[in-house]
Design a protein around this ligand. Structure first.
Ligand code: ADP
Ligand code: MG
Ligand code: ZN
Length: 625
């Protein structure tokens, strides 16, 4: 049974149980207890007695309630009311109306029991009984063993090491499912061939890598690649996440590692995949607080990796986005000696990933994925897969059965900036502010040479909190940024704030993110790229975490740090002045475009350029610093 079918049958089962519960409620329960008991107030009870609408009355001494049945119009119904204290003539009133009355304890006990059984017993029986059957069925259908559950087996069952390690005998993923990443695939191909025919390597006396470390930012397909290796070689795939080790009680993590390798030994050749290996493999001396449990686990891992018989064909693949924190012992030869970078996809890679995922959804013919790839620099494979999926969801929402270009375009924005937030209504004044701000960015970008042209400007608020944004598209991919380009970028980031200043002679909180990014870029220019005249090509900091964020920690004397701050400030300020100058020179266009945007709310890059270029003799105009 594949995953999809399994999920379908579980969903079907849940629906069945719900249907049964509803049916029990609707039909069986009223039949058991007579009718549903209806609560009425005391005055209704009295007037019903007086109107001869009451047949029998039963006083419950236990909780001072009156249960009574109706007659005439109300025949067959059962009511309940609370006794009103001090009503002394109830008895004579009942006698007058000819009602039979008793003060016995109502015999609800047996009914209650039956009711409870019906309401809870039956569904529970179905849930557990059915679950058991389903489980058995799943296990039976696993006769060909697509999923072997180790360490005790069964749902909710824990093995002796305290967790289950599941090996997939066939991951069903191959290199075809991974787009781009050709270098990584090349490096992994050798491992595949080793796993397919370990004897061949043994015959010649070659030692093969015991471990490979996939290193790269989140969402670039590391897990996918590891699965693909197992799939290509048709070997079982043991997968465990580093954090699973660490959450264990003291000593259990190590036991689990032992367990894992024991099972792997039995199933060799196979892949043991340890995701987020940095959580266990952190440098042992790092930091003041030591984590005994983690160290034990790591030591055990090191021991196991040294110990296993490599000729059987066990390859340990680790994945991490923080290689810098790994313990050096893990990286020495014979352990994770092979390091395979899995980088963010370039333009061609993004296109390939989009095409791969687009294959699974119905698309309008002739869709242009190229534009999408161009407008998503820095997006990971997971982001791109998400973009395609969001587009498909949007197409369904719009009642279409194919994904259109517009869906894709919109989903890029959803993934980058969050869903359109319909509930946030900007006042006209704020709309005006945001419009000037965004057009400010766009004009500075358009005037500066070498800046990517604007693709779209919008002042529709997003769930991410952005009130509007200007989307830029890279014309061609470039890997280097020149100093001029970096300065231009900072000026563009300052464009929004500068427009606010020129037009409203006041500033808003809306520029916070722009300022942060501009400052960060300027700081990187000074401390990492050696782009300041003051310091020249000297590294003033070290990058701790290349894959998660690339900010540097300063490694300078206090006095230098102060000077760095000054230089960073000067860079941002001079770019700010450039932006102000550009906007002053194009003030008429700024007004015209901002008004247009305020009315239209979203304009395309072409619309922008058309209006901007119309009788504009300032364009094109080389930027001067
Ligand atoms: P990581 O382990 O690096 O964080 P994953 O392997 O879990 O990333 O990738 C998440 C998802 O992103 C995958 O399931 C896949 O749908 C998509 N994806 C990422 N990279 C690629 C790629 N190169 N080709 C195709 N799909 C990819
Ligand atoms: Mg992963
Ligand atoms: Zn802005």
């Amino acid at each position: 049974m594949d995953d999809k079918k399994k999920r379908q049958s579980i969903i079907l089962y849940v629906i069945l149980v719900i249907a049964i519960v509803v049916a029990v409620r609707a039909f069986i329960y009223p039949a058991v207890t007579g009718n549903q008991v209806q609560n009425v107030d005391y005055s209704t009870f009295i007037s019903m007695v007086d109107d001869h609408e009451v047949d029998q009355v039963q006083y419950n001494t236990d909780n001072s309630t009156i249960l009574f049945t109706g007659k005439g119009d109300e025949a067959g119904k059962t009511f309940q009311t609370n006794v009103f204290p001090g009503d002394t003539d109830l008895v004579s009133r009942l006698e007058d109306a000819g009602v039979t009355f008793t003060a016995e304890l109502p015999d609800a006990g047996s009914n209650m029991l039956l009711y409870l059984l019906m309401m809870w017993g039956l569904p529970l029986l179905f849930i557990f009984g059915g679950g058991y059957l389903l489980n058995r069925q799943l296990k039976k259908s696993m006769g060909d063993d697509p999923t072997m559950t180790f360490g005790g087996g069964g749902i909710g069952n824990f093995g002796k090491s305290g967790a289950k390690v599941v090996a997939q005998s066939e991951t069903g993923v191959t290199f075809k499912d991974v787009a781009g990443e050709d270098e990584a695939k090349d490096s992994l191909a050798e491992i595949v061939s080793f796993l397919e025919k370990p004897q061949r390597y043994e015959a010649i006396g070659a030692k093969l890598p015991r471990g490979a470390l996939l290193v790269g930012p989140p969402g670039t397909g590391k897990t996918l690649l590891a699965k693909a290796v197992a799939g290509e070689a048709h070997v079982p795939f043991f997968s465990i996440s580093g954090s699973e080790f660490v959450e264990m009680f003291v000593g259990r993590g190590a036991a689990k590692v032992r367990d894992l390798f024991k099972q792997a030994n039995e199933k060799a050749p196979c892949i043991v995949f340890i995701d987020e290996i940095d959580t266990v493999g952190k440098r042992r001396d790092a930091g003041l607080t030591t984590n005994d449990e983690r160290e034990q686990t790591l030591n055990q891992l090191l021991t196991e990796m040294d110990g296993f018989d490599n000729h059987k064909g066990i390859v340990v693949i680790g994945a991490t986005n923080r290689p810098d924190t790994l313990d050096p012992a893990l990286l020495r030869p014979g352990r994770f000696d092979r390091r395979i970078p899995v980088e963010l996809p370039d333009l061609a890679g993004r296109k390939a990933i989009l095409a791969l995922h687009a294959h699974d959804v119905k698309m309008d013919p002739g869709l242009d994925l190229d534009v999408i790839a161009r407008s998503t620099p820095g997006a990971s494979g997971a982001d791109l897969a998400n973009i395609i999926n969001e587009a498909a969801l949007r197409a369904v929402r719009m009642g279409r059965n194919r994904v259109s270009q517009e869906d894709l375009q919109e989903s890029v924005e959803v993934v980058i900036a969050g869903e359109q937030r319909k509930s946030t209504v900007l006042s006209e004044k704020e709309k005006k502010l945001v419009a000037y701000h965004e057009i400010g960015h766009a004009i500075v970008a358009a005037i500066q040479r070498g800046e990517a042209p604007v693709q779209k400007i919008t002042i529709v608020p997003r769930t991410s909190g952005a009130l509007g944004y200007t989307m830029q598209v890279e014309e061609d991919e470039h890997f280097l940024t020149t100093k001029t380009e970096a300065l231009n970028q900072i000026a563009v980031l300052c464009g929004g704030r500068s427009a606010e200043e020129i037009i409203f002679h006041d500033v808003t909180t809306g520029a916070a993110n722009d300022i942060e990014r501009a400052t960060q870029l300027a700081r990187n220019m000074v401390t990492q790229y050696g782009m300041s005249d003051e310091f020249g090509p000297v590294a003033l900091g070290t990058v701790q975490n290349r894959y998660l964020n690339s900010t540097a920690t300063l490694t300078v004397a206090d006095g230098t740090a102060e000077r760095i701050d000054q230089v960073v400030h000067d860079i941002v300020e001079s770019c700010h002045q450039t932006a102000i100058r550009i906007l002053r020179e194009n003030q008429f266009k700024l007004h015209e475009l901002a008004r247009y945007l305020q009315v239209k709310e979203t304009i395309t890059g072409e619309e922008f350029m058309r209006i901007f270029a119309r009788d504009n003799d300032l364009l094109p105009k080389p930027a001067q610093d």
